[in-house]
Ligand binder design. Structure first.
Ligand code: AMP
Ligand code: MG
Length: 397
């Protein structure tokens, strides 16, 4: 049986080049990943400009003590340029963001001066204050966003502030998604006795979309060998990744592994973890294959641990490691040594630092434990039972 780390490394090592790039407008670039570095075509800001509404002056006119009167020679709104140099004894009324006129290097905020008619009375002030320097945000030619980073609203805004309106991003990895099981029914349709409604295809759909993938929904496949063969062939022909849930355990109707071995190759199918031990990884033709467990918590967890980093890497992302913190366990937790266990937890920041408790019953079919959770508590392989007060590793989700 492979370890969680071993499985993750194996999966990532198998993925060669990311999916190809396409050009999209910035309005469709949120959540996407640039395929090339984005560089600044000019300095940002492009000119020295005022950081406040006030009066621009030459620093030679700043009194070291007492006050001085200066002549207000004009009024400059953001978006305009003042073409005349500010001379000794003069000040220019200036708005936030307006470019500094030549001859001025300091701005008095309007709140600290006294304006009378076309004169303004000013006091001592540090030279150069309230001016945003040309290029202080980004210098021309500099890399503003590295290839492989995730485009969030702030990255999009920085890109448009450079006048750029379209860019090259990786296309979304395509994921063919299906549920397996005779007992699984489609929500919105009647449920026969003994059936359960499909949860996994919908948690997984959301998870795929959240990590930048495109979902190709192939519905529910019964535990019938020929049906599974047909669906997996079709899936592999249309997607970069084939994702199933259910049917990977050791039951009589758990056909996914057999069909995978027939159509493609199995890399591994058991991971030393809890929940989520039965989990099949391999490939069918050109597509990567992930057969997730049927239990809803286990399938979400396996997606999180193994499929998410794979989709990120295929989608061109370079940073794949989750952000974790340590917290004090406020309750004891059962843990079997030799495997990695994941409890659903509630993480709180208190005046004693981070504290974490479990959400209660931890069965791998109890999806409400994921709903109640804001973190996973990660108990490493070497560890045994946890007593209250011990420090544990936590990953916010
Ligand atoms: P399996 O590995 O196929 O035996 O499934 C393990 C457990 O997960 C069984 O109780 C299944 O009924 C349940 N299960 C399988 N697929 C789904 C699904 N799509 N949604 C919710 N539960 C499921
Ligand atoms: Mg099943």
């Amino acid at each position: 049986m492979i370890s969680v780390r071993g499985g993750q490394e194996h999966i990532l090592a198998q993925l060669a080049a990311p999916v190809p790039a396409e050009v999209v407008p910035v309005t469709r670039a949120l959540g996407r990943v640039p395929a090339v570095d984005v560089t600044a075509p000019f300095d940002v800001p492009p000119a020295d400009n005022s950081a406040v509404d006030g009066y621009a002056v030459g620093s030679a006119d700043i009194p070291s003590a007492g006050t001085r009167e200066l002549a207000v020679v004009g009024d400059l709104a953001a978006g305009a340029v003042f073409g005349v140099a500010i001379a000794a004894g003069q000040a220019l009324r200036i708005m936030t963001g307006a470019p500094m006129p030549s001859g001025a290097d300091t701005v008095y905020p309007q709140e600290i001066v006294e304006r009378t008619g076309d004169r303004v009375r000013v006091g001592p002030l540090a030279k150069g204050v309230n001016v945003r320097a040309r290029g202080e945000d980004v210098e021309a030619g500099g890399i503003v966003i590295e290839a492989g980073s995730l485009l969030r609203p702030q990255e999009i805004g920085l890109i448009t502030s450079l006048g750029i309106w379209q860019l090259e991003v990786h296309r979304r990895p395509r994921v063919a998604l299906l549920s397996t099981g005779d007992e699984v029914a489609e929500p919105g349709t009647p449920r026969r006795p003994g059936q359960i409604y499909d949860a996994n295809r919908f948690t997984l759909r959301g998870s795929i979309e959240q990590c930048g993938g495109e979902v190709l929904d192939l519905g529910i496949v019964p535990d019938v060998r020929e049906a599974l063969v047909r669906s997996l062939r079709e899936a592999a022909g249309m997607a970069d990744v084939v994702l199933t849930s259910g049917g990977v355990s050791v039951g009589v109707y758990d056909l996914v592994k057999d069909v995978l071995a027939e159509l493609g190759t199995i890399d591994f199918w058991q991971v030393a973890m809890q929940p989520g031990r039965p989990f099949a990884v391999g490939r069918i033709a050109e597509a990567r294959f992930f057969g997730l467990p049927g239990n809803p918590v286990a399938s979400m967890l396996c997606f999180h641990l193994f499929v998410r980093p794979a989709l990120w890497k295929m989608g061109g992302r370079t940073r794949l490691d989750p952000e974790c913190v340590t917290a004090t366990a406020v309750e004891p937790m059962r843990k079997r040594a030799g495997r990695r266990e994941f409890k659903r937890g509630v993480l709180r920041f208190t005046d004693r630092g981070y504290e974490v408790s479990t959400t209660g019953p931890q069965g791998s079919g109890i999806l409400s434990s994921m709903v109640a959770a804001n973190c996973l508590i990660i108990l490493e392989e070497g560890r045994g039972d946890v007593t209250a007060g011990e420090r544990v590793l936590v990953e916010p989700i």
